[in-house]
Design a protein around this ligand. Structure first.
Ligand code: FAD
Length: 392
């Protein structure tokens, strides 16, 4: 496998570097570095989204026909790697990477025309309404029901762990339209206006002090039938398509390696057991990067993704948790401060003990525990690997 970039790819990387140097303000970089949650806070996310959209690079992973820049898989990887190394904010992906591809793949022309531009401009901010109490890993058992009433559905149910629902004005949700067939066949995919009567959002505070998660209660919410994606009963196959993008729709290693590099830079050389852990994490992240690149090179050559791509989220979760644990230990006592004010970079946050990076470490550590849960738990990933990759 030849991993060297060719001349065209190196020139492309220079273009990306020039753009990032010019466009990433110190405030955006600082905001990204001092974020403890999975995604950038809404203020910096919106600003960075607008800059990327003006450049034509926001939906870099969408096909050209849907408005993407027409990059190859390796160009997309170069872009992600450069963004990670430059410390760009991580945009919430519920709209861009989850419902966006669903819309351009399964939506009607009217749905595409209405939703795709508003998704890009951030006029619409999306949340994902899949999980319910008792229906997470066993998603097909979901109970939120949608009862047909003329040209509307009446939707009632209880969604949970809904990331950033407090900022969202649109929810894409799996609902049960037919309780009398096998569970997977009775599910449909609906787009719900969060301002509709009957929608209530209640916050869930994480152990880290972050407010990222919510419960969403739906009480006889009227949803036009025209807001269904695909056919009635097609929701499960659309959800499977979406979950593949959620688990494997990008490279994890660039961000892990960049964060490890920043951690090392904050301390200078680590010593003893901390140095061993940093080296082990670095090797694991580099091995992950090789795996991700092998897959990308094969896809670029026209092959279907290899089952090895199933491993990437699993391994990335372990390395991510290892990096945040290392940070807390390396910062020592200063790594134990856990203010509840957010964002960390706003004036309301208390003065940090020793450094701003130390102040965010404990929250990042606690928040990273969620990596082995969201998007499918590590145990469920192992079961999928056992079946799909090992044939067990
Ligand atoms: C930070 C975060 C953000 C999230 N954001 C969203 C969101 O925006 N929208 C959304 O819809 N959902 C979201 N989720 C929910 C997430 O998808 C679920 O938490 C996840 O699928 C697990 O479901 P559960 O919480 O019901 O746990 P359960 O399914 O009850 O699992 C509990 C434990 O049992 C294990 N287990 C369950 N079944 C099996 C099995 N068959 N074999 C082996 N072990 C098993 C699990 O691995 C886990 O350890 C988010 C979760 C987190 C933590």
């Amino acid at each position: 496998m030849n991993l060297a970039l060719d001349d065209g790819q190196r020139a492309f990387r220079e273009d990306v570097r020039t753009f990032l140097d010019r466009s990433l303000s110190p405030e955006l970089r600082r905001g990204a570095a001092l974020t403890s949650g999975v995604f950038a806070e809404p203020d910096i996310a919106r600003e960075w989204q607008t800059i990327l959209d003006a450049q034509g690079w926001l939906v870099y992973h969408w096909p050209e026909a849907a408005g993407g820049p027409g990059w190859t898989p390796i160009q997309r990887w170069i872009f992600e790697k450069e963004c990670a190394e430059a410390g760009a904010p991580i945009l919430p992906f519920m709209g861009l990477k989850l419902v966006g591809p669903v819309l351009y793949t399964f939506g009607t022309d009217a749905q595409k025309e209405h939703y795709l531009p508003r998704l890009r401009s951030a006029e619409h901010v999306w949340a994902q309404g899949f999980s319910e109490p008792g229906s997470g890993s066993d998603l097909a058992s979901l109970r939120t029901r949608a009862v047909r009433d003329g040209d509307h559905y009446l939707v009632s149910g209880h969604k949970i762990w809904t990331t950033q629902a407090q900022h969202a004005n649109r929810l894409f949700a799996l609902v049960r339209t037919d309780p009398n067939v096998k569970p997977q066949a009775g599910i449909s995919f609906l787009l719900i206006d969060m301002a509709a009567p009957g929608v209530t959002v209640k916050p869930i505070l994480s152990a880290s002090g972050d407010h990222e998660l919510n419960e969403v209660f739906l009480d006889e919410v009227r949803v036009p039938v025209s807001e269904r994606i695909g056919e009635e009963g097609q929701g499960w196959s659309i959800a499977k398509f979406l979950l593949e993008n959620e688990r494997g729709g990008g490279s994890f290693a660039p961000q892990l390696l960049a964060d490890l590099w920043r951690l090392r830079a904050a301390f200078g050389p680590l010593k003893g057991e901390l140095a061993d852990r940093a080296t082990r994490l670095q090797l694991e992240a580099q091995a992950l990067e090789m795996t991700e690149l092998r897959t990308l090179i094969e896809i670029e050559g026209g092959a279907a993704p290899d089952p090895r791509s199933l491993f990437t989220k699993l391994v990335a979760s372990e390395v991510r948790q290892g990096i945040e644990a290392l940070a807390v230990d390396a910062f020592g006592l200063a790594g134990l401060q856990l203010p509840l004010e957010r964002p960390f970079y706003a004036d309301a946050a208390p003065s940090p003990v020793t450094s701003a990076e130390a102040q965010v470490a404990a929250a990042r550590y606690l928040n990273a525990r969620a990596w082995s849960i969201f998007g499918g738990t590590s145990e469920i990933q192992l079961s999928i690997i056992a079946k799909a990759a090992l044939g067990l």
